[in-house]
Design a protein around this ligand. Structure first.
Ligand code: GAR
Length: 190
């Protein structure tokens, strides 16, 4: 039976696209749905090109959970991948998908995590703190922002000359390289 993954994304969706393309020749992985909380997110255009239905739900739909969980059930979704998804995942989702929801965070948790820490804000905080390295963290979702068990981390150097933009480029490169492989390792065929 193929493994069905729903991707949740709030923004550009470059990780979503990278993951779908990585598995395009692997029939064990299917991507029946991309879900967003933003109707104008660029991820919808990427989804259309990838021929994956994408849907937008309100913050209230996410908090109550019911409508989205029913949709995930209808599509027999096994796993949820958060690829740049910015809302907190409510307990109902975690209970319905125990150890089946993974998130990528663009820094080395537990540093630079928590509410408001997403995308460019994270990279700016890393630069402002004069960190000498940053990286990515892939982790299971728990009830709190950025706090579930860590599955994988990878590092990149941060130089004094780096800006939030250049750090973002390095972090994105790590995300593209590792996120699909970690998903494959977790749920690929033995
Ligand atoms: C990624 O860098 C991801 O790690 C980050 O949002 C970006 C989305 O980029 N996620 C968070 O900050 C979650 N706290 P994308 O839309 O191009 O994939």
């Amino acid at each position: 039976m193929p493994l069905k993954i729903a991707i949740f994304a709030s923004g550009s969706g470059s990780n979503a696209e990278n993951i779908v393309k990585f598995f395009s020749t692997n029939s064990h992985f299917e991507f029946p749905l991309i879900i967003s909380n933003k109707a104008d997110a660029f991820v919808h255009e990427r989804a259309e090109k990838l021929q994956i239905p994408s849907k937008t739900f309100s913050k209230d739909d996410f908090s109550s959970g019911e409508v989205i969980l029913n949709l995930l059930k209808q599509h027999n979704i096994d796993v949820i991948v958060l690829a740049g998804f910015l809302l907190k995942i409510p307990t109902a989702f975690i209970e319905a998908f125990p150890n089946k929801i993974v998130n990528i965070h663009p820094a080395l948790l537990p540093k630079f995590g928590g509410k408001g820490m997403y995308g460019a804000h994270v990279h700016q905080a890393v630069v402002d703190a004069r960190e000498t390295e940053s990286g990515i963290t892939i982790h299971y979702i728990s009830g709190n922002y950025d706090e579930g068990d860590i599955i994988f981390q990878a590092q990149c150097p941060v130089l004094p000359s780096d800006t939030a933009e250049t750090v973002a480029d390095k972090v994105h490169a790590l995300e593209y390289e590792h996120f699909p492989k970690v998903i494959e390792r977790l749920w690929g065929e033995l």
